[in-house]
Design a protein around this ligand. Structure first.
Ligand code: NAP
Length: 237
């Protein structure tokens, strides 16, 4: 039986983050959700990951209620679609702020607990678009690529302190984000069209990402760090 630990899942109010929060609860962890709109039966903290004061306040509340935070999954994210020459600097900065700086703030806030415990697990949810590129998403792809780079750098730095850092880049997962892009005709076809081009012939489920996170967080994965574990039905190899 695994020892109960406290996990924070950002973006846990919806889609992939919500499935991760449910899976980590089923794995026996105490789970707190940090989101603009925390939902579900978890210990919820309403916070914007781009605001370090809100993130630190939320982490303090989690610590007080559930104990030191030694598991952090960064799943909060914001997509954006536009031709590069129409992405103004405000839109560029917002997408970088949520997808990259938000990860920075959350890791900074949780790290002292992991260092103190000499054990920690950080999983960053990046994107398969960082592998393949994606037209009309230059800001998003840049931010998610940076998250993969941050993952590798931190893995080297934090490994000696007992902390592993890995990334899971999802590809084509059925969530409100994907369906929103489909509804706005930004996918280059429908989800059904894409299924025909996906080697495993189905759309991904949030639970597929949650399963990968569960493994990377487990004791069995203690020798795995700095890795980018694609979960994409074979769309990127
Ligand atoms: P989702 O259903 O839109 O969930 C994202 C969650 O993050 C939402 O609950 C959202 O809150 C929250 N969030 C957004 N901005 C935030 C902020 N500034 N502070 C705190 N929370 C914030 O999307 P998803 O598809 O599950 O995406 C989860 C992660 O996977 C994201 O990082 C996304 O980039 C990545 N991803 C998804 C896919 C896919 O195929 N679905 C592919 C590649 C990567 P609100 O709903 O209130 O805005």
């Amino acid at each position: 039986m695994a020892v109960t630990k406290t996990a924070v899942v950002t973006g846990g109010g919806s889609g992939i983050g919500k499935a991760i929060a449910e899976r980590l609860t089923a794995d026996g962890h105490q789970v707190a959700v940090l989101d603009l709109n925390p939902t579900g039966s978890f210990f919820g903290q309403k916070a914007d990951v781009t605001d370090p004061d809100q993130v630190n306040g939320a982490l303090d509340a989690v610590r007080q209620e559930l104990g030191p935070v030694t598991i952090l999954v960064n799943a909060a994210g914001l997509d954006g679609f536009n031709r590069f020459d129409r992405i103004d600097f405000a839109a560029w900065k917002r997408v970088i702020d949520v997808n990259l700086n938000g990860v920075y703030h959350c890791i900074q806030a949780a790290l002292p607990d992991m260092v103190e415990a000499k054990w920690g697990r950080i999983v960053n949810i990046s994107s398969s678009s960082a592998h393949s590129g994606q037209p009309f998403m230059a800001h998003y792809v840049a931010a998610k690529s940076a998250v993969n780079g941050l993952t590798k750098a931190l893995a080297l730095e934090l490994g000696p302190r007992g902390i592993t850092v890995n990334a899971v880049p999802p590809g084509f997962i059925d969530t409100p984000m994907l369906r929103g892009a489909e509804a706005k005709e930004l996918l280059g076809g429908t989800v059904e069209d894409h299924i025909k081009r996906t080697p495993v012939r189905r759309v991904g489920r949030p639970e597929d990402i949650a399963a990968a996170c569960s493994f990377l967080i487990s004791e069995d994965a203690g020798y795995i760090t700095g890795q980018i574990l694609g979960v994409n039905g074979g769309r990127n190899t």
